[in-house]
Design a protein around this ligand. Structure first.
Ligand SMILES: NC(=O)c1ccc[n+]([C@@H]2O[C@H](COP(=O)([O-])OP(=O)(O)OC[C@H]3O[C@@H](n4cnc5c(N)ncnc54)[C@H](OP(=O)(O)O)[C@@H]3O)[C@@H](O)[C@H]2O)c1
Length: 305
Protein backbone atom coordinates (compact mmCIF):
# COMPACT_ATOMS: atom_id res chain seq x y z
CA UNK A 1 0.00 0.00 0.00
CA UNK A 2 1.23 3.43 -0.97
CA UNK A 3 1.61 5.58 2.16
CA UNK A 4 1.13 9.34 2.45
CA UNK A 5 2.61 11.75 4.99
CA UNK A 6 -0.57 13.64 5.84
CA UNK A 7 -0.01 17.37 5.48
CA UNK A 8 3.67 17.05 6.41
CA UNK A 9 2.77 15.96 9.95
CA UNK A 10 4.87 12.81 9.78
CA UNK A 11 1.70 10.73 10.24
CA UNK A 12 1.97 7.98 7.61
CA UNK A 13 -1.47 6.98 6.37
CA UNK A 14 -2.59 4.59 3.66
CA UNK A 15 -3.37 6.31 0.35
CA UNK A 16 -6.69 4.47 0.44
CA UNK A 17 -8.75 5.37 3.51
CA UNK A 18 -12.18 4.22 4.65
CA UNK A 19 -15.03 6.72 4.89
CA UNK A 20 -17.53 5.81 7.60
CA UNK A 21 -20.63 7.62 6.32
CA UNK A 22 -22.32 4.39 5.25
CA UNK A 23 -21.24 2.04 8.05
CA UNK A 24 -24.50 2.16 10.03
CA UNK A 25 -25.62 -0.43 7.45
CA UNK A 26 -23.20 -2.87 9.15
CA UNK A 27 -23.45 -4.76 12.41
CA UNK A 28 -20.72 -4.63 15.07
CA UNK A 29 -19.21 -8.03 14.18
CA UNK A 30 -19.31 -7.23 10.48
CA UNK A 31 -17.52 -3.93 11.10
CA UNK A 32 -14.87 -5.62 13.23
CA UNK A 33 -14.17 -8.14 10.43
CA UNK A 34 -14.08 -5.26 7.93
CA UNK A 35 -11.50 -3.30 9.96
CA UNK A 36 -9.25 -6.36 10.22
CA UNK A 37 -9.63 -7.12 6.50
CA UNK A 38 -8.71 -3.50 5.79
CA UNK A 39 -5.58 -3.74 7.96
CA UNK A 40 -4.55 -6.84 6.03
CA UNK A 41 -4.51 -4.87 2.78
CA UNK A 42 -2.69 -1.97 4.46
CA UNK A 43 -5.62 0.41 5.08
CA UNK A 44 -5.15 2.14 8.44
CA UNK A 45 -7.07 5.44 8.13
CA UNK A 46 -10.75 6.09 8.97
CA UNK A 47 -12.75 9.20 8.15
CA UNK A 48 -15.73 9.95 10.40
CA UNK A 49 -18.03 12.92 10.98
CA UNK A 50 -20.23 13.59 13.97
CA UNK A 51 -23.27 13.76 11.65
CA UNK A 52 -22.80 10.39 9.90
CA UNK A 53 -25.85 8.33 10.76
CA UNK A 54 -26.70 11.04 13.31
CA UNK A 55 -23.73 9.83 15.42
CA UNK A 56 -24.41 6.11 14.83
CA UNK A 57 -21.33 5.64 12.63
CA UNK A 58 -18.99 6.77 15.40
CA UNK A 59 -20.94 4.92 18.08
CA UNK A 60 -20.77 1.62 16.16
CA UNK A 61 -17.07 2.10 15.46
CA UNK A 62 -16.52 2.94 19.14
CA UNK A 63 -18.21 -0.30 20.21
CA UNK A 64 -15.71 -2.24 18.10
CA UNK A 65 -12.79 -0.30 19.60
CA UNK A 66 -14.12 -0.89 23.11
CA UNK A 67 -14.31 -4.65 22.46
CA UNK A 68 -10.75 -4.90 21.14
CA UNK A 69 -8.08 -3.31 23.33
CA UNK A 70 -5.04 -2.32 21.26
CA UNK A 71 -6.99 -1.90 18.00
CA UNK A 72 -7.24 1.89 18.42
CA UNK A 73 -3.45 2.23 18.33
CA UNK A 74 -3.24 0.50 14.96
CA UNK A 75 -5.63 3.01 13.34
CA UNK A 76 -5.50 6.68 12.39
CA UNK A 77 -8.83 8.27 13.29
CA UNK A 78 -10.21 11.44 11.79
CA UNK A 79 -13.57 13.07 12.40
CA UNK A 80 -15.33 16.25 11.35
CA UNK A 81 -17.62 18.75 13.01
CA UNK A 82 -19.16 22.14 12.27
CA UNK A 83 -22.42 21.13 10.63
CA UNK A 84 -25.43 21.77 12.87
CA UNK A 85 -29.15 21.48 12.21
CA UNK A 86 -29.94 23.77 9.23
CA UNK A 87 -26.77 25.75 9.86
CA UNK A 88 -23.00 25.58 9.99
CA UNK A 89 -21.43 26.35 13.35
CA UNK A 90 -17.74 27.11 13.93
CA UNK A 91 -18.31 28.67 17.36
CA UNK A 92 -15.83 27.65 20.05
CA UNK A 93 -18.57 26.15 22.18
CA UNK A 94 -19.93 24.04 19.32
CA UNK A 95 -16.48 22.75 18.34
CA UNK A 96 -15.52 21.82 21.93
CA UNK A 97 -18.84 20.12 22.64
CA UNK A 98 -18.74 18.30 19.29
CA UNK A 99 -15.29 16.87 19.95
CA UNK A 100 -16.30 15.67 23.42
CA UNK A 101 -19.25 13.87 21.80
CA UNK A 102 -17.03 12.37 19.10
CA UNK A 103 -14.45 11.07 21.60
CA UNK A 104 -17.10 9.57 23.82
CA UNK A 105 -18.88 7.82 20.90
CA UNK A 106 -15.58 6.53 19.47
CA UNK A 107 -14.35 5.31 22.88
CA UNK A 108 -11.02 7.02 22.41
CA UNK A 109 -9.20 9.79 24.27
CA UNK A 110 -7.93 11.53 21.15
CA UNK A 111 -8.50 12.12 17.45
CA UNK A 112 -5.51 12.06 15.13
CA UNK A 113 -7.20 14.60 12.84
CA UNK A 114 -10.16 16.94 13.28
CA UNK A 115 -11.62 18.64 10.19
CA UNK A 116 -14.08 21.52 10.01
CA UNK A 117 -16.70 19.91 7.79
CA UNK A 118 -18.04 22.73 5.61
CA UNK A 119 -17.23 26.48 5.69
CA UNK A 120 -19.36 28.52 8.11
CA UNK A 121 -20.15 31.94 6.59
CA UNK A 122 -20.12 33.35 10.14
CA UNK A 123 -16.76 31.86 11.14
CA UNK A 124 -14.39 33.93 13.26
CA UNK A 125 -10.89 32.54 12.67
CA UNK A 126 -9.60 33.59 16.11
CA UNK A 127 -12.51 31.86 17.83
CA UNK A 128 -11.77 28.65 15.94
CA UNK A 129 -8.11 29.16 16.91
CA UNK A 130 -9.08 29.29 20.60
CA UNK A 131 -11.02 26.05 20.23
CA UNK A 132 -8.10 24.33 18.46
CA UNK A 133 -5.64 25.51 21.17
CA UNK A 134 -7.90 24.12 23.90
CA UNK A 135 -8.29 20.78 22.08
CA UNK A 136 -4.57 20.51 21.38
CA UNK A 137 -3.46 21.38 24.90
CA UNK A 138 -5.95 18.90 26.36
CA UNK A 139 -4.46 16.22 24.06
CA UNK A 140 -7.89 15.62 22.51
CA UNK A 141 -6.84 16.40 18.91
CA UNK A 142 -3.36 15.99 17.43
CA UNK A 143 -3.80 17.63 14.00
CA UNK A 144 -6.33 19.87 12.27
CA UNK A 145 -7.76 20.46 8.81
CA UNK A 146 -10.84 21.39 6.83
CA UNK A 147 -13.24 20.07 4.23
CA UNK A 148 -14.88 21.72 1.21
CA UNK A 149 -12.79 24.89 1.65
CA UNK A 150 -11.71 27.21 -1.17
CA UNK A 151 -8.24 28.76 -1.22
CA UNK A 152 -9.33 32.04 0.36
CA UNK A 153 -11.34 30.29 3.05
CA UNK A 154 -8.28 28.21 3.92
CA UNK A 155 -6.16 31.36 4.14
CA UNK A 156 -8.78 33.17 6.20
CA UNK A 157 -9.12 30.37 8.75
CA UNK A 158 -5.35 29.80 8.87
CA UNK A 159 -4.89 33.50 9.76
CA UNK A 160 -6.55 32.87 13.13
CA UNK A 161 -5.22 29.40 13.85
CA UNK A 162 -1.72 28.56 15.16
CA UNK A 163 -1.75 24.93 14.04
CA UNK A 164 -1.15 24.18 10.37
CA UNK A 165 -4.34 23.24 8.52
CA UNK A 166 -2.95 20.05 7.05
CA UNK A 167 -5.93 18.49 5.25
CA UNK A 168 -8.61 19.71 2.84
CA UNK A 169 -11.24 17.11 1.99
CA UNK A 170 -12.95 17.75 -1.37
CA UNK A 171 -15.08 15.73 -3.77
CA UNK A 172 -12.91 14.34 -6.57
CA UNK A 173 -13.06 11.32 -8.82
CA UNK A 174 -13.42 10.44 -12.49
CA UNK A 175 -16.99 11.80 -12.61
CA UNK A 176 -16.34 14.83 -10.43
CA UNK A 177 -13.25 16.55 -11.79
CA UNK A 178 -13.87 20.17 -10.82
CA UNK A 179 -10.52 20.36 -8.99
CA UNK A 180 -8.63 20.04 -12.29
CA UNK A 181 -11.07 21.08 -15.06
CA UNK A 182 -10.65 24.83 -14.82
CA UNK A 183 -6.85 24.68 -14.84
CA UNK A 184 -6.90 22.48 -17.95
CA UNK A 185 -9.27 24.91 -19.70
CA UNK A 186 -7.70 28.16 -18.47
CA UNK A 187 -7.86 31.04 -20.94
CA UNK A 188 -10.78 29.52 -22.85
CA UNK A 189 -14.49 30.19 -22.88
CA UNK A 190 -15.34 26.55 -22.22
CA UNK A 191 -17.85 26.14 -19.36
CA UNK A 192 -15.25 24.02 -17.52
CA UNK A 193 -12.91 27.02 -17.35
CA UNK A 194 -14.92 28.52 -14.48
CA UNK A 195 -12.87 28.41 -11.29
CA UNK A 196 -15.17 27.45 -8.41
CA UNK A 197 -12.63 26.85 -5.66
CA UNK A 198 -9.85 29.46 -6.08
CA UNK A 199 -7.50 26.89 -7.65
CA UNK A 200 -7.42 25.09 -4.35
CA UNK A 201 -5.64 22.03 -5.71
CA UNK A 202 -2.57 24.05 -6.70
CA UNK A 203 -2.76 25.99 -3.42
CA UNK A 204 -2.80 22.76 -1.39
CA UNK A 205 0.21 21.45 -3.33
CA UNK A 206 2.12 24.66 -2.72
CA UNK A 207 1.34 24.59 1.01
CA UNK A 208 1.79 20.84 1.55
CA UNK A 209 -1.87 20.36 2.48
CA UNK A 210 -3.14 16.82 1.79
CA UNK A 211 -6.23 16.65 -0.40
CA UNK A 212 -8.57 13.86 0.60
CA UNK A 213 -11.06 12.86 -2.09
CA UNK A 214 -14.56 12.08 -0.92
CA UNK A 215 -17.10 10.04 -2.93
CA UNK A 216 -14.43 9.12 -5.51
CA UNK A 217 -16.61 6.48 -7.21
CA UNK A 218 -19.80 8.55 -7.38
CA UNK A 219 -21.17 10.85 -10.08
CA UNK A 220 -22.90 14.17 -9.35
CA UNK A 221 -23.33 15.14 -5.73
CA UNK A 222 -22.87 11.50 -4.63
CA UNK A 223 -25.87 10.34 -6.68
CA UNK A 224 -24.62 6.80 -7.26
CA UNK A 225 -21.59 4.86 -8.52
CA UNK A 226 -20.47 5.39 -12.12
CA UNK A 227 -18.82 1.98 -12.36
CA UNK A 228 -21.04 -0.54 -14.23
CA UNK A 229 -23.57 2.27 -14.62
CA UNK A 230 -25.23 2.17 -18.09
CA UNK A 231 -25.40 5.98 -18.11
CA UNK A 232 -21.61 6.04 -18.70
CA UNK A 233 -20.80 3.47 -21.42
CA UNK A 234 -17.70 5.21 -22.79
CA UNK A 235 -16.12 5.58 -19.37
CA UNK A 236 -16.89 1.98 -18.42
CA UNK A 237 -15.46 0.69 -21.70
CA UNK A 238 -12.25 2.64 -21.05
CA UNK A 239 -12.07 1.41 -17.42
CA UNK A 240 -12.52 -2.15 -18.70
CA UNK A 241 -9.77 -1.73 -21.28
CA UNK A 242 -7.38 -0.26 -18.69
CA UNK A 243 -8.29 -2.99 -16.23
CA UNK A 244 -7.24 -5.60 -18.77
CA UNK A 245 -4.03 -3.74 -19.51
CA UNK A 246 -2.99 -3.37 -15.85
CA UNK A 247 -4.48 -6.66 -14.63
CA UNK A 248 -6.90 -5.16 -12.09
CA UNK A 249 -10.63 -4.35 -11.87
CA UNK A 250 -12.41 -1.25 -13.14
CA UNK A 251 -12.82 -0.09 -9.55
CA UNK A 252 -9.08 -0.37 -8.96
CA UNK A 253 -8.41 1.68 -12.11
CA UNK A 254 -10.80 4.40 -10.88
CA UNK A 255 -8.81 4.58 -7.62
CA UNK A 256 -5.50 4.52 -9.49
CA UNK A 257 -6.70 7.46 -11.58
CA UNK A 258 -7.08 9.65 -8.48
CA UNK A 259 -3.82 8.45 -6.95
CA UNK A 260 -1.85 9.04 -10.18
CA UNK A 261 -2.18 12.79 -9.66
CA UNK A 262 1.10 14.17 -8.28
CA UNK A 263 -0.72 16.05 -5.50
CA UNK A 264 -0.43 12.81 -3.45
CA UNK A 265 -4.13 12.75 -2.67
CA UNK A 266 -5.88 10.26 -0.44
CA UNK A 267 -8.90 8.27 -1.68
CA UNK A 268 -11.71 8.18 0.91
CA UNK A 269 -13.61 5.07 -0.10
CA UNK A 270 -17.12 4.58 1.26
CA UNK A 271 -17.58 0.90 0.45
CA UNK A 272 -18.90 -1.39 3.17
CA UNK A 273 -17.75 -4.46 1.24
CA UNK A 274 -14.30 -5.83 2.22
CA UNK A 275 -13.82 -7.44 -1.19
CA UNK A 276 -14.44 -4.09 -2.89
CA UNK A 277 -12.06 -2.36 -0.48
CA UNK A 278 -9.41 -4.90 -1.44
CA UNK A 279 -9.97 -4.02 -5.13
CA UNK A 280 -9.69 -0.31 -4.36
CA UNK A 281 -6.53 -0.91 -2.33
CA UNK A 282 -4.99 -2.79 -5.27
CA UNK A 283 -5.44 0.40 -7.32
CA UNK A 284 -2.86 2.09 -5.08
CA UNK A 285 -0.18 -0.19 -6.57
CA UNK A 286 -1.03 0.74 -10.17
CA UNK A 287 0.89 3.61 -11.78
CA UNK A 288 -1.17 4.71 -14.79
CA UNK A 289 0.74 5.89 -17.84
CA UNK A 290 0.15 9.54 -18.70
CA UNK A 291 -1.74 8.69 -21.92
CA UNK A 292 -4.01 6.30 -20.03
CA UNK A 293 -4.75 8.88 -17.35
CA UNK A 294 -5.81 11.39 -20.00
CA UNK A 295 -7.79 8.76 -21.93
CA UNK A 296 -9.86 8.09 -18.80
CA UNK A 297 -10.39 11.82 -18.22
CA UNK A 298 -11.74 12.20 -21.77
CA UNK A 299 -13.83 9.02 -21.58
CA UNK A 300 -15.50 10.48 -18.49
CA UNK A 301 -16.99 13.15 -20.78
CA UNK A 302 -14.42 15.91 -20.37
CA UNK A 303 -12.67 17.86 -23.11
CA UNK A 304 -9.25 19.38 -23.62
CA UNK A 305 -8.77 22.68 -25.47
N1 LIG B 1 -16.42 16.04 3.42
C1 LIG B 1 -17.61 15.88 2.89
O1 LIG B 1 -18.38 16.83 2.71
C2 LIG B 1 -18.04 14.48 2.52
C3 LIG B 1 -19.22 14.27 1.80
C4 LIG B 1 -19.57 12.96 1.46
C5 LIG B 1 -18.74 11.89 1.84
N2 LIG B 1 -17.61 12.14 2.56
C6 LIG B 1 -16.69 11.04 2.97
O2 LIG B 1 -16.37 10.29 1.83
C7 LIG B 1 -16.61 8.91 2.10
C8 LIG B 1 -16.93 8.19 0.85
O3 LIG B 1 -18.16 8.66 0.31
P1 LIG B 1 -19.08 7.70 -0.57
O4 LIG B 1 -19.47 6.52 0.22
O5 LIG B 1 -20.14 8.54 -1.17
O6 LIG B 1 -18.00 7.29 -1.67
P2 LIG B 1 -17.77 6.18 -2.74
O7 LIG B 1 -16.68 5.30 -2.26
O8 LIG B 1 -17.58 6.92 -4.01
O9 LIG B 1 -19.13 5.34 -2.86
C9 LIG B 1 -19.33 4.19 -2.10
C10 LIG B 1 -20.72 3.65 -2.40
O10 LIG B 1 -20.77 3.25 -3.78
C11 LIG B 1 -21.13 1.86 -3.82
N3 LIG B 1 -20.51 1.22 -4.97
C12 LIG B 1 -21.16 0.47 -5.89
N4 LIG B 1 -20.34 0.04 -6.82
C13 LIG B 1 -19.11 0.50 -6.49
C14 LIG B 1 -17.83 0.33 -7.10
N5 LIG B 1 -17.65 -0.38 -8.21
N6 LIG B 1 -16.78 0.92 -6.51
C15 LIG B 1 -16.92 1.64 -5.38
N7 LIG B 1 -18.13 1.82 -4.76
C16 LIG B 1 -19.21 1.25 -5.33
C17 LIG B 1 -20.68 1.29 -2.50
O11 LIG B 1 -21.43 0.11 -2.25
P3 LIG B 1 -20.81 -1.11 -1.40
O12 LIG B 1 -20.81 -0.71 0.02
O13 LIG B 1 -21.75 -2.25 -1.71
O14 LIG B 1 -19.41 -1.36 -1.94
C18 LIG B 1 -21.04 2.44 -1.57
O15 LIG B 1 -22.43 2.43 -1.29
C19 LIG B 1 -17.74 8.94 3.15
O16 LIG B 1 -17.83 7.73 3.88
C20 LIG B 1 -17.30 10.10 3.99
O17 LIG B 1 -16.29 9.65 4.89
C21 LIG B 1 -17.25 13.41 2.89
Amino acid sequence: MKMIDIGGTGVLASAVAVGCMRIPAMGEEQLSRYIHAALEVGVNFYDHADIYGGGRSEALFGQVLAQEPGLRDRLILQSKCGIGKNQYDFSKQHILESVDGILSRLHTDHLDFLLMHRPDALMEPEEVGEAFDALESAGKVLHFGVSNFSTRQLELLQSGVRQKLCVNQMQFGLKCTGLIDHALSANTEFPHAADRDGEVLDYCRLKGITLQCWSPFQYGFFEGPFIDNPQFPELNACLEQMGEKYGVTKTAIAAAWVLRHPAKMQVIAGTTNPQRLQEIASGADVELERADWYALYLAAGNQLP
